[in-house]
Design a protein around this ligand. Sequence first.
Ligand code: 6R9
Length: 695
Amino acid sequence: KHVSSGAGHVSHLNAVTLGESVAAEEVDFVIPSKDFAAQANIQSSEQYLEMYKRSIEDPAGFWSDIASEFYWKQRWGDKVWDENIDIRKGKIKIELGGHVFCFFDHLLQWFNGGITNISYNCLDRNIEAGLGDKIAIYWEGNEPGLDDSLTYSQLRDQVCQVANYLKDNGVKKGDAVIIYLPMLMELPITMLACARIGAIHSVVFAGFSAESLSQRIIDCKPKVIITCNAVKRGSKAIYLKDIVDAAINDSAQNGVSIDVSLVYENPVALKRVDTKWKEGRDIWWQDVIPRYPTTCPVEWVDAEDPLFLLYTSGSTGKPKGVVHTTGGYMVYTATTFKYAFDYKPSDIYWCTADCGWITGHSYVTYGPMLNGASVLVYEGAPNYPHAGRCWDIVDKYKVTTFYTAPTLVRSLMRDGDEYVTRSSRKSLRVLASVGEPINPSAWRWFYNVVGYSRCPISDTWWQTETGGFMITPLPGAWPQKPGSATFPFFGVQPVIVDEKGAELEGECSGYLCVKNSWPGAFRTLYGDHERYETTYFKPFAGYYFTGDGCRRDKDGYHWLTGRVDDVINVSGHRIGTAEVESALVSHPKCAEAAVVGVEHEVKGQGIYAFVTLVDGVPYSEELRKDLIVTVRKQIGAFAAPDKIHWAPGLPKTRSGKIMRRILRKVASRQFDELGDTSTLADPNVVNQLIELSDS
Ligand code: 6R9
């Protein structure tokens, strides 16, 4: 019987069934408890394989069955999905606010002909099913003691008020709205309000500079901007409206004017009287929104109508406006949420990501709410007023599912176990990670110390472009290996290819691509369909190219090795920076590490490692040698760093991603070519690094 190669590489899973004793050499397996597996949505590797196989062999049937659980004003046509990668014939026009914005060569459609609304499916559908009084959002403020909540009915009321306001201000189906808000409930409320009327939201993370914001305004020309006057994160106040004002001025000089700026008053951070104001353009949220009716008819949209635009940075050039459409994204985020987090209606779910990133779109707002989940939204900094805040919040709300990023795990690990162990955390049942490979030592700390060695960790690999999880554990379904994202989600066919684009089989490592389509895939880059094709579909003909490197081990587990643009080639050995970093941070005295390639006379490239030590540990020559030995031991002599550069801190974006571009410049002593450092969470760390560059 024909099984496509997508299913082939997971067939070994048959051998790794739960409860079976694992061979002695497989000590790195972490097996979910029988109790967990018994209650899980997917209880065994067999059950997964059966569903996976169907999802690959019959994607139309598989996804149609799931899509039928949602409300469609009109069901999709006969062709559930349609993709045209190779032929490059179909010319399809997509319209944004009546303006044709691109022509499709690479065409991708899911549920075409279907008519629905994602906001309706998040709210009205759940309320009609009896969830009206269930808490949709628990909100925890930056200051302990400040909190709030909304039931699904209350949430719908507020969404409708904002939707009515937007309509009243001329926002129509297809118009763009920029949202520049911190993690207030008003952020998901506004996203859902836009979706309700068919407007396209573009959330800009409220940590971006005025310059970045204006760049986005100029690109998508929003009808309205929604912000707040200020916010407190930790002990620091950030004056968001000043940033918005500067961005609006800058855009006006570039010919894009903004007529309406809706400002939520956040009195904890800044008083109304102290807020700079432009009459006629600026309007207080609290002055207008409550006056609008709490019902608002739904704008029914096509499955392929754009839902949102989210800008993400490429390795070069200006940010890319990733476009997601409605139907496929809806079905995909809901399904991935349900299975990867083993969702149960009694769960209290907390994702620490900001709605300014894709994670906050798919897994704070849409995925959870499509499942009728109770979502915790936290406004503040995870270590404010102390390093135990996250666990205080977990205990306060009895959080069951905690989804965060490796960078936070490592920083909490560095703060010491006492902050964790003094809390209960008994409510936790699933932990999860996203954003970068999670190194095995952080994985183990998360698993053992935070989760009492009983909560599976879903290490979810995916991208802004993919809309939802692509490679992820399904907790309870199979044993985990610390640091591996494990296996593909339903419908996803990851392939690992070599430089020439040839598919590699079995144990291998190379470029990670995806064969065929999945419903959550992005459809284009806003206004630049050519860049979409060049970046993602040209490098390896016939595949979507992820830009990541990946290794598949003898058991078929996937190990993401970092962006391929960060791969270092040392004497012909391809070494993922993430692998070296993982080895370094496994040393008990190393808190964090970032590795870049530098030119090397003999080897082509050398390995240059920036290392942050655990608090209180002094730098020493002995430790330097010890770290190098650790890497030699774990990967091999060829991977030993040529240079260890002590780093009190690493240059990170506000979302916690290390900016290697800057590190590469520091490593090669090009201090006057550091480029733009304004998007760093703390620009000062760069000066510290330069000072220590000869240490
Ligand atoms: C969701 C998100 C995407 C890039 C991606 C990869 C890295 C994300 C990961 C991971 C290893 C994981 N990445 N999750 N690497 N394991 N679990 O982060 O989207 O901001 O677009 O970043 O992040 O390199 O290509 P985005």
